[in-house]
Design a protein around this ligand. Sequence first.
Ligand code: NCD
Length: 308
Amino acid sequence: MLSKKSIIDIDSLTVEEVSQILERTDSFLEVSKRDVKKVPALRGKTIVNLFFEPSTRTKTSFEIAAKRLSADIINFSASTSSLKKGESIFDTLKTILAMSVDLIVVRHNCSGTVKLISKTIDIPVINAGDGKYQHPTQALLDLYTIKKRFNDFNGLKAAVVGDIVNSRVARSDIELFKKMGIDVTIVAPSMLLPDNMDYYGTEVKNCIDDVIEDADIIYMLRMQFERQDRKIYPSVREYNKFLGLNTGRLKKMKQGSIVMHPGPVNRGIEISEEVMNASGELAGKLEIENQVTNGVAVRMALLYLILS
Ligand code: NCD
């Protein structure tokens, strides 16, 4: 189903394809736990990581995933490339393609660029995050993390909290969670919501206290200061008051419920220091590190299904 397919957005993935990715992820998670974390599945394939925007976990995650599958992966960083000498993205792509590459992973700060790239070349492209538009592999790893904890999506309630308007993670996660039957509520004040809220078709609340006791999943977004062309929220204090996750709120969460965040976390803004350093039962609610671990396995599954 996924053979040679580009992964640009959630909309173009079917429920069957998503289920296939999640199923395949189980076996690659097992590989990642072995002493020798490598299988020969993609030996001889060449993948290029093409990142036009800073990234730690997504870029590293794709790199580790490719290496565990025995593919060759080359990191191309825009800041040290010929783009700096005035070469266009498309000429850069032509150069990369002339080297017989099998798949490229692209991150770009402009929404829509990855889709455009995928239309102009005939090898599969994976969107590793473009502007405020989509981040489909983040959504898939988040969904997998939820599956590991709850097994079944039906009847689950997720609250996505924070900077919705600037977040490609919010867009992809909300679409994917809904597609798979999870009930989604958005928690944000009006200035952090997009104009086209009908598009999401979800309930909207303005304060985290409105959902904290009832949600199975509290999905905290990062406050995307770098994408805010103007100051859209009065102060960090206000943000903490209405949207921040602190220990008091964590304690109110129901049994079995979890907290997620795509990283990197702005400590003290969306999640308090105290929560980030929690131990014992409370720490057991935090899935942030598991998201990172699962991210490698999900990306292995995707690369495998597309390229093998
Ligand atoms: C996200 C991103 O870059 O979109 N991070 C990530 O991929 N791990 C979320 C964010 O930066 O807020």
